[in-house]
Design a protein around this ligand. Structure first.
Ligand SMILES: [Fe+2]
Ligand SMILES: [Fe+2]
Length: 217
C-alpha cells in the first residue's frame, strides 16, 4: 500500500506526519532531515506489510524515531531525548496511551545503539529500517559520511575512531524481510569499513615516515 493510503486511513497518523514534517523542516538538520524520514517510511511500509506488523505503529515509530535529534536540550543521547519528547507529539496527534507505549518502545530500540533490544514486532521492523538506512551497501556508507561530516562536523579520522558500536548484544537484523533485503549490503559495508580503516592507517604511517609530526585528519 502507498503511504498516502495509511495517512488517509488513520487521522492520528496524518496529524503526526504533518507535525513531524513541520518540525523537521523548521530545524533543518543536514542529514537527519525530512527526506531521511521519508526514505525510512517507505522501508517501514515494505517490511511492516511483509512481516504482518501493525503498520500504523511502525510508521508512527519511524516518524518519531529521530525526533530526539531535534530536541538536544532534553538529552545528548537522541534515544533518551526522543523517549522524553515523543509522548507530547503523540498526544497532540490524538494517539491513545496504549499506542503511545508501543511507539515509545520502537523509538527506544530503533537502532544498534538503542536503549533496549527490540522485542515487539513493530520495534523489530523499526530497528531493521534503521540498519538498512545507514549500515548497508554503498548508499549506507555514503549516508554515514554525510552524517558525520555534514551534520556532526567530523573528520574522516575522528569518524573512524567512533566505530560502529552496539549498545548491548544486538543482532544485525531482527526480521526475515530486513535480512533478505539488507544482508548482502550489510556485509559489503562491513568489509568496506574494515578496508578503509586499514588504508587510512597505512597512509598515516607512510606520511609519518617522511614527516614524523604528521597527525592526520
Ligand atoms: Fe534515523
Ligand atoms: Fe536514530
Amino acid at each position: 500500500m502507498r503511504l498516502g493510503s495509511y495517512l488517509s486511513k488513520y487521522a492520528e497518523l496524518k496529524a503526526l506526519y504533518e507535525i513531524a514534517e513541520h518540525d523537521y523542516k523548521t530545524k533543518g538538520l543536514v542529514h537527519h532531515n525530512w527526506n531521511h524520514i521519508l526514505r525510512d517510511l517507505a522501508r517501514g511500509v515494505t517490511i511492516g506489510e511483509t512481516e504482518g506488523a501493525n503498520v500504523k505503529i511502525v510508521l508512527a515509530g519511524i516518524l518519531l524515531h529521530d525526533i530526539g535529534r531535534l530536541h538536544p536540550e532534553q538529552s545528548k543521547d537522541h534515544y533518551v531525548a526522543g523517549m522524553k519528547t515523543a509522548p507530547k507529539y503523540l498526544k497532540s496527534a490524538g494517539f491513545i496511551k496504549d499506542e503511545t507505549d508501543q511507539i515509545v518502545r520502537c523509538i527506544k530500540a530503533h537502532g544498534p545503539r538503542g536503549l533496549e533490544e527490540p522485542e515487539t514486532l513493530e520495534a523489530k521492523v523499526c530497528y531493521d529500517v534503521d540498519v538498512l538506512s545507514h549500515s548497508c551497501g554503498a548508499v549506507g556508507v555514503a549516508r554515514v559520511f554525510h552524517f558525520f561530516m555534514a551534520e556532526a562536523n567530523f573528520t574522516v579520522k575522528q569518524m573512524m575512531k567512533i566505530g560502529s558500536g552496539k549498545r548491548g548484544s544486538r543482532k544485525s537484523f531482527y526480521t526475515q524481510t530486513g535480512r533478505k533485503i539488507g544482508q548482502k549490503g550489510y556485509l559489503k559495508a562491513k568489509r568496506f569499513w574494515k578496508e578503509l580503516g586499514k588504508k587510512l592507517e597505512e597512509e598515516e604511517q607512510g606520511v609519518k615516515k617522511i614527516i614524523p609530526e604528521y597527525e592526520g585528519d
